[in-house]
Design a protein around this ligand. Structure first.
Ligand code: ATP
Ligand code: MG
Length: 293
């Protein structure tokens, strides 16, 4: 079977605008989108090659930028997706930024500031491993974090968060209007699969480094996180910057699905190497003759 034919329809992972997301109804596991481990490898290799090709054209054309945002609960596989899907991409055309707990100057500015400073230039793919969405996720789950930003949600907390969603929609609309195309991925992991992955991080010495005490603490807030994600996904999936809810219990399927969505977007941009004019061709021919001696 041709490896570039996906075994799924991308649309089923996309959150429609103004849709009320109930995460319990979105699968964390689906029938594998590959036939075997070898088939997975072949499909991913094919996608990685296509992505590398598309990225060269993005870079050469210098008209569009892509911003890929990854959000998830801990151990959902963000790092693996980024590593595998982007493995064929020229590092000069791609920049990954990981957003951790903010400090210093970051807290002294409004919440979008630190992300806006590292937006991708034209011709580039920017990847956010976590993002300004943390400011309506972890911060909504732990609103006391706002104190460090000099803020207080006040009596009408819902209105406070609604304003943040509005800011996000506005900035993403602005980016889209200026050819910065934003795709957002929520890697949807089940609580049971997270438990298994945490246990592996404890039991397997080569995975010990990945284990963090803080992850267990946040796991205790699982339901609050799911609620915050639901509200956020419902409020911020737009035509200009859609969310995709990608099942994350099977890492191979997750990677193939993300790679297809990214390529589908790049295909829609009709990327091509810049046209060379007849005059320029003649000029190149003249220069070529100088190189024959
Ligand atoms: P990994 O664990 O795979 O290395 P990670 O993305 O979980 O990757 P960590 O350093 O473990 O990285 O965690 C980063 C933490 O920073 C997360 O708990 C995240 O919620 C938190 N964080 C990110 N942005 C903000 C923010 N704006 N406000 C508060 N906390 C934030
Ligand atoms: Mg972590």
């Amino acid at each position: 079977m041709a490896k570039d034919k996906p075994l799924f329809d991308i649309k089923k992972f996309r959150v429609g605008e103004d849709r009320n997301v109930d995460l319990a109804k979105w699968p964390t596991l689906i029938d594998p989108v590959y036939d075997s481990k070898d088939d997975y490898r072949a499909r991913l290799a094919e996608r990685v090659a296509a992505l590398s090709d598309a990225q060269q054209k993005l870079y050469a054309g210098n008209r569009h930028a892509l911003l890929l945002i990854f959000q998830a609960m801990d151990a959902a596989g963000k790092d693996g997706v980024i590593r595998h899907v982007m493995s064929g991409v020229n590092p000069q055309g791609c920049q990954v930024t990981s957003f951790k707990h903010p400090g210093g100057a970051e807290l002294d500015h409004e919440f979008l500031w630190r992300s806006m400073r590292v937006l991708p230039e034209r011709g580039q793919i920017g990847i956010f491993n976590r993002s300004y969405y943390e400011d309506v996720l972890i911060v909504r789950v732990h609103p006391e974090l706002l104190q460090a930003e000099g803020l207080d949600p006040g009596k009408d907390a819902d209105a406070f968060w609604a304003e943040r969603y509005r800011s996000i929609r506005g900035v993403e609309r602005h980016l889209n209007a200026n050819n910065v195309h934003v795709l957002k991925f929520f890697l949807h992991l089940s609580k049971e699969e997270q438990r298994k992955r945490f246990l592996a991080r404890i039991d397997e010495p080569e995975k010990n480094w990945k284990f963090s005490q803080a992850d267990i603490v946040e796991r205790g807030y699982w339901d609050q996180y799911q609620a915050a994600y639901q509200l956020c996904l419902s409020a911020t999936s737009t035509e200009a910057a859609p969310w995709f809810i990608v099942p994350a219990d099977d890492k191979y399927s997750t990677r193939l699905i993300v790679s297809h969505i990214v390529l589908d977007k790049m295909a829609s941009l009709k990327l091509a190497f810049p046209e060379v004019s007849a005059a320029r061709k003649a000029e190149l021919k003249a220069i070529r003759s100088l190189l024959t001696l």
